[in-house]
Design a protein around this ligand. Structure first.
Ligand code: BTN
Length: 240
């Protein structure tokens, strides 16, 4: 079993940056970097990841899969499944996984995942809204926190440890049994199934009913004419 090796910081630019420096310095798989706050927390597609010091679980886990390009995408599913299981066990109900990288509760975003990788390492960055009672106006309509969903304060440090352990367990399942096994678990939480959505990719907007994630983890939609769209990367997915 891969053991988590925790490194705790008060403030960093981004835990992903610290973890990738550690990766380059040869730190082993299972290295976990956490901080109370980030000055340059980042999300997917160059977006900013907002936190309030001490109220978010912020962690980056260093992995060293034998690299194949598609494994980077697979790791977002591994992390999503680990997060969903972990949140449900708290307990926090109504957890769903929004393709490809978001964790929702009752349709609002509670956590995000950012995977960054090079040939010999992958860093899985996870941000979870834990004890926030309110959010900045830009995200107030779409974000939620564990406190808002459960009515209870949660121990951020303990949650970081639980999430890191859950991630390493699912990662080992992935290594031993393959992506299919992860997808089976992930699909049980899939958000938006059988619902109409618009998906914005770099070049086009696709509208249709979400029918699932295929065996490679791509999002599948069927439009009103019955045409199937298989989407491997998107800027946004919104229900209509
Ligand atoms: C997203 O929702 O777009 C992904 C958000 C990922 C945020 C986490 S917080 C820990 C790690 N460090 C970062 O700078 N980003 C990730």
């Amino acid at each position: 079993m891969i053991a988590a090796r925790h490194h705790w910081f008060h403030e960093v630019s981004s835990t992903n940056d610290v973890a990738l420096q550690m990766a380059r310095a040869g730190e082993p798989e299972g290295t976990v970097v956490s901080a109370l706050t980030q000055t340059k927390g980042r999300g997917r597609l160059g977006r900013t990841w907002w936190d309030r010091p001490g109220e978010s679980a912020i962690l980056s886990v260093l992995l060293r899969p034998s690299t194949q390009a598609d494994q980077v995408g697979h790791l977002a599913f591994v992390a999503g499944l680990a997060l969903a299981n972990c949140l449900e066990s708290l307990p926090c109900s109504h957890v769903a996984l929004k393709w490809p990288n978001d964790v929702l509760v009752r349709g609002r975003k509670i956590a995000g995942i950012l995977v960054e990788a090079a040939t010999s390492w992958a860093v899985v960055g996870i941000g979870i809204n834990v004890n926030q009672r309110e959010f900045p106006p830009e995200i107030a309509g779409t974000a939620t926190s564990l406190f808002l969903e459960t009515g209870q304060q949660h121990d951020v440090g303990k949650l970081v440890e639980q999430v890191a352990d859950a991630l390493l367990v699912e990662y080992e399942v992935y290594l031993a049994e393959g992506f299919k096994e992860i997808l089976t678990g992930w699909r049980k939480y899939m958000w938006g199934l059988d619902m109409q959505a618009t998906v914005q990719t770099g070049e086009e907007t696709v509208r249709g009913t979400i029918t699932g994630a295929d065996d490679r983890g791509a999002l599948v939609l069927v439009n009103d004419q019955g045409a199937k769209h298989v989407i491997h990367a998107a800027d946004s997915v919104k229900l209509v």
